[in-house]
Design a protein around this ligand. Structure first.
Ligand code: C2O
Ligand code: CU
Length: 480
């Protein structure tokens, strides 16, 4: 999934010309140029896949491939996806991070009826704002069966001074028929006896009956659909500035990444530009996206790898090869004390935005995140979705949500339809960073604020798929 800037410009201009409009339309008050429509056809269907190493197995796919096809368009274009469902059950697609109109948001029951087997549904929305996003099914465990893919919106005018760009989709896999719902080892939640021994539970859920599934023990960590030794090397040349778009559609894995021999500079969080900041280690939770850059100034063979946290994540290693270097062994990153771990508190928005007009919140909600101890359910304020509270707001309000994680696991909380600011008392309000997914760590409190500017019923949940399906979700709702 490598694109050079020249290639992208060529294809983008090509698409505009094919759509019968000038490549660089002039805006005028009288004739608003018609927006170019970029149409994609997606067939959701089971397919036999192989991740380049390990067994063949049946995953659920878009167009027979994992991850799904890359959608790459230019800001302001119209994305149209014609989804045809060949799965044995209903499905939807959610455009994670893109503030689409509510009816295009792809949440079953909340924003649309699931697209049933044999049916077709057309998603259409404007690609805005530019940034790194992803798309995925929002039905049950389908995300962990393979139904996700990258969505990149290029800025209308080229930005950034990089020479080369790669998109890296980070994936956790159960490499058996069915993926995440296969009959495989499951991790008991913290407090229920730890990792030792594991538990074996299949689709039927817990012994008690139809409880939610526990997180599986993954046996493959993939990048762009390839695991372990099959992961494709990133080719770079000395002196280049390389941009990486890191997307984490994994169902239950947070990665701590480090590139041996280099320092990463974070330029965007969840697609939004920040004041560039250097880090040794990049932490990326489920649903998060980071754009980073590095200067290729240290010829050799290196690995961009994940720290091992006890679940096999350390297998995720992406070779970085300098052209013309013939050394065989790649150098592995080491994770030791004293490394710089840039965190939300170090990030500052690059531009002050409308969403950050300095004013106090008009309304606030507190959300206690708990569960995992004595029951298979995960809760917000003690409720399990769909019996949870509804967070009512009014259009135009600035809304604060205060998270308090009272459990021993991290929860990447995601709000649909909006970017929110992460409240950070140590920087001015108009520089609070914009994101759409934020990791709330065990026992931590984090507040967010957003401008209610996109009316609808918006899903709001933990992006650990197994926590979401076990109840950690509710909706934010308002009328125009
Ligand atoms: Cu990517 Cu509601 O999720
Ligand atoms: Cu969670």
């Amino acid at each position: 999934m490598k694109v050079t800037r020249r290639q992208f410009l060529k294809t983008a201009v090509g698409a505009a010309v094919a759509a019968g409009m000038p490549a660089f339309p002039l805006r005028s008050a009288f004739a608003q140029p018609k927006k170019a429509v970029r149409e994609f056809r997606f067939s959701a269907s089971p397919a036999r896949v192989n991740l380049g190493a390990g067994p063949d197995f049946v995953a659920w796919t878009y167009n027979g491939q994992v991850p799904g096809p890359e959608i790459r368009v230019r800001e302001g274009e119209i994305i149209r996806v014609v989804l045809k469902n060949f799965l044995p059950e209903g499905t939807t697609i959610h455009w994670h991070g893109v503030p689409v109109p509510n009816i295009m948001d792809g949440v079953p029951v909340v924003t649309q009826k699931p697209v049933m087997p044999g049916e077709t549904f057309v998603y259409e929305f404007e690609a805005r704002p530019a940034g790194s996003y992803m798309y995925h099914s929002h039905v049950h465990y389908q995300l962990d069966q393979g139904l996700y893919g990258p969505l990149i919106i290029e800025p209308a005018r080229p930005q950034g001074a990089y020479d080369r760009e790669y998109t890296l989709v980070l994936e956790d896999w159960v490499m058996r028929d069915g993926g995440g719902v296969a009959d495989t080892q499951r991790r008991p939640p913290m407090g229920m006896g730890g990792m030792m021994g594991g538990m074996r539970r299949g689709r039927g859920g817990l012994a008690s009956g139809n409880g939610p599934l526990l997180e599986p023990v993954y046996d493959g960590y993939a990048v762009n659909g390839r695991v372990g030794p099959a992961i494709r090397p990133l080719e770079v040349s000395k002196g280049e500035r390389v941009k990486l778009r890191l997307l984490n559609p994994s169902s239950a894995t947070i990665y701590n990444l480090r590139l041996a021999g280099h320092t990463l500079t974070i330029t965007h969080t969840d697609g939004r530009p920040i004041k560039p900041i250097k880090t040794d280690v990049l932490r990326i939770g489920m649903g998060e996206r980071y754009d980073v850059e590095f200067l290729a100034d240290n010829p050799g063979r290196w690995l961009l790898g994940a720290a091992e946290q006890g679940f096999g994540e350390g297998q995720l290693r992406i070779p970085v090869h300098y052209q013309g270097v013939s050394r065989k062994e790649a150098i592995v990153p080491t994770f030791h004390r004293g490394l710089r771990f840039a965190s939300y508190w170090d990030f500052q928005a690059l531009h002050s935005s409308e969403a950050s007009a300095s004013k106090p919140a008009d309304r606030s909600y507190s959300q206690q995140l708990s569960g995992g101890m004595h029951s298979p359910y995960w809760t917000i304020n003690g409720y399990v979705y769909p019996d949870s509270e509804r967070l009512g707001v009014r259009k135009g309000e600035r809304v604060r949500i205060g998270y308090w994680n009272r459990s021993m696991m991290s929860h990447p909380m995601h709000l649909h339809g909006h970017f929110f600011q992460v409240v950070n008392p140590s920087v001015p309000q108009d520089r609070w960073v914009l994101k759409d997914t934020v990791i709330v760590d065990p026992m931590q409190r984090i507040d967010i604020e957003f401008l209610a500017d996109n009316p609808g019923t918006w899903f709001h949940h933990c992006h650990n798929l197994y926590h979401m399906e076990a109840g950690m979700a509710n909706v934010v709702l308002y009328e125009s």
